[in-house]
Write a protein that binds this ligand. Structure first.
Ligand code: NAD
Ligand code: ZN
Length: 264
């Protein structure tokens, strides 16, 4: 049997979980961090990817910090889900996909209509109070206003915008996991249950080098899941893949599920 047909037959049995990384959103206009045009070409990750480094930049070069944050939010604001996001949402609607475990922070799975999305690294559109844990999420208008104000903020206003005050007296921050921070334990726990029970795991656009997220495919394999990888380049996880499609997500997924492909 052709590989594509074999994969389709496995996925149609249902009980599928997808694990996605930056690669699935690359064709939506969000560059992978490490790839060409990625943010780490312009900002040193040793400084900009952790709390201490970011805080240091904020104190010494607040507008450089603002530009870094602005670039993130503008990129996400301009991005729209692509075929791969929509096909995963359609698979869920048809009852063959149980959940998506994503390392992305861009909200594009939800925008495409996916409901059961486990976010291992948070979501840029959500802010969380560091004291009482209350959450706020931007809608389209809220995001636009945030970007507008960010562009015009004075140094003091920048702090109030990025770390707004909560009613409890604490401060909100963007709800994303930076280097050195631990993953949200509830989400990570749910992800383990999902992959442990899955019949197959679709690995899409993840390099498999960011830990502890990268332990999940190994756990799935140990628990009997068939591993199907979609990525234009081989990855650190390819050796545990039962099937590998060396193609972009928005090309490979429509090949497997022509009939689920949305007209975009
Ligand atoms: P990564 O940057 O380490 O790897 C991206 C992978 O995607 C690579 O293996 C690459 O070959 C593959 N890829 C590139 N284009 C693709 C395409 N069109 N279709 C399928 N695959 C493609 O990404 P990662 O493993 O997700 O780890 C990066 C970390 O950075 C994650 O923690 C994530 O939170 C964060 N990140 C998120 C976003 C986002 O939210 N969109 C973007 C960049 C980085
Ligand atoms: Zn609070």
């Amino acid at each position: 049997m052709e590989t594509i047909e074999a994969i389709r037959a496995i996925l149609e049995k249902g009980n599928v979980v997808a694990m996605t990384g930056a690669g699935i959103s690359q064709e939506s206009g969000i560059p992978t961090f490490r790839g060409k045009g990625g943010i780490w070409e312009r900002y040193n990750p040793a400084i900009y990817a952790n709390v201490a480094g970011l805080f240091g930049v904020f104190l010494t070069k607040p507008y450089r910090m603002r530009d870094f944050i602005l670039e993130f939010y503008e990129t996400i604001h301009n991005a729209k889900p692509n075929k791969a996001h929509y096909i995963l949402a359609e698979m869920e609607k048809r009852g063959i996909l149980n959940s998506i475990i994503t390392q992305n922070v861009d909200n594009l799975h939800q925008e495409a209509g996916s409901k059961n999305v486990i976010e291992l690294h948070g979501n840029m559109l959500r802010f969380r109070c560091t004291k009482c844990m209350k959450e706020n999420k931007f809608d389209e208008e809220g995001l636009e206003e945030f970007i507008y104000r960010l562009k015009r903020a004075s140094r003091l206003q920048l702090i109030r915008l990025i770390f707004p005050k909560c009613d409890c007296g604490g401060r909100y921050r963007p709800d994303v996991v930076l280097f050195g921070e631990s993953l949200p334990q509830d989400e990570f726990g749910r992800a383990y249950v999902e992959v442990g029970n899955a019949n197959s795991l679709l690995l899409i656009g993840t390099s498999g080098i960011v830990y502890p997220a990268a332990t999940l495919p190994f756990y799935a394999k140990e628990h009997g899941a068939i591993i199907i990888e979609i990525n234009p380049s081989p990855t650190a996880l390819s050796h545990i893949g039962d099937y590998t499609i060396l193609e972009k997500a928005s090309i490979a997924l429509p090949k497997i599920f022509e009939f689920l492909t949305p007209p975009i």
